[in-house]
Design a protein around this ligand. Structure first.
Ligand SMILES: Nc1ncnc2c1ncn2[C@@H]1O[C@H](COP(=O)(O)OP(=O)(O)OP(=O)(O)O)[C@@H](O)[C@H]1O
Length: 229
């Protein structure tokens, strides 16, 4: 399993209420999982636990055969850089860097992803351009622009290429389509699927948009998974 969560209970502070109580949640290699749930139901919190940004005091979160609660924070940072591509809701791009420099950023933090990206092409920049082209950003003049000058849809593709570079085993996307119109959402997701399929990556995708559910292998509602709260 790429993700194996058992007996998880999570609260943000010892005196705060439980946000997550998940008895058993597994995600298989290559699976495309859609997570829905009301605002405040803990979707982003769950993604933080899967990415090892935070850890739970009760239960176990295993990701790619690493029990994250047993790793220190520096080890979790390395683990995340090596194995996880993250697409944030607001993209979190570096505004003054070029498109290509934003895409290759994860390779500065992970030798593993750097080597994997290099082995696919003639160099990091070439691999960044290949990914951008696959994501429908095929105008070479765009690639050297500072990302602050791009449209929201273009920035979203840069964020996706950055998450995909170096073929991380797990891709996490936190409402990455919320600022796009309906037509462009589905086409973006299909491009994301193509890239995940090509690299064998597992996709965990959080969204409020029920019209996208049918595209995924499995849909879970966090309110149901969190039944025991
Ligand atoms: N860093 C934090 N510190 C303390 N409490 C937090 C923190 N992040 C989230 N929470 C609380 O945890 C609960 C779940 O929040 P979370 O952001 O995971 O929900 P969500 O389902 O992703 O919501 P939305 O759909 O609105 O993005 C909320 O009550 C929120 O206030």
């Amino acid at each position: 399993m790429v993700i194996d969560i058992k007996g998880l209970q999570f609260r943000w502070q010892p005196s705060a209420p439980l946000v997550l109580a998940i008895e058993d949640l597994t995600v298989a290699p290559g699976e495309r999982l859609f997570i829905k749930g009301a605002s405040g139901s803990g979707k982003s919190t769950l993604l933080s636990l899967i990415a090892g940004v935070t850890t739970a005091a009760v239960g176990s979160v295993r990701v790619i055969d690493h029990a994250l609660e047993q790793l220190g924070s520096v080890e979790r940072d390395h683990f995340r850089a090596d194995h996880i591509g993250y697409i944030f809701q607001m993209f979190n791009l570096i505004p003054y860097l070029s498109v290509v420099d934003n895409v290759t950023l994860p390779c500065r933090f992970s030798a593993r992803r750097r080597n994997k990206a290099r082995s696919r092409g003639r160099g990091l920049d070439a691999e960044a351009r290949r990914l951008l082209q696959h994501l429908d950003m095929d105008h070479a003049d765009l690639h050297q622009r500072a990302v602050a000058t791009l449209s929201v849809g273009q920035q979203q593709r840069v964020a996706a290429a950055r998450a995909l570079i170096g073929s991380p085993e797990l891709l996490i996307a936190d409402e990455p389509t919320s600022s796009l119109d309906a037509d462009r959402r589905e086409s973006f997701i299909r491009l994301l699927f193509d890239e995940c399929r090509a690299s064998g990556a597992t996709l965990v995708f959080v969204s409020h948009d029920a019209s996208l559910e049918h595209l995924f292998d499995r849909v879970i509602d966090l309110a149901v998974v969190n039944r025991s709260l």
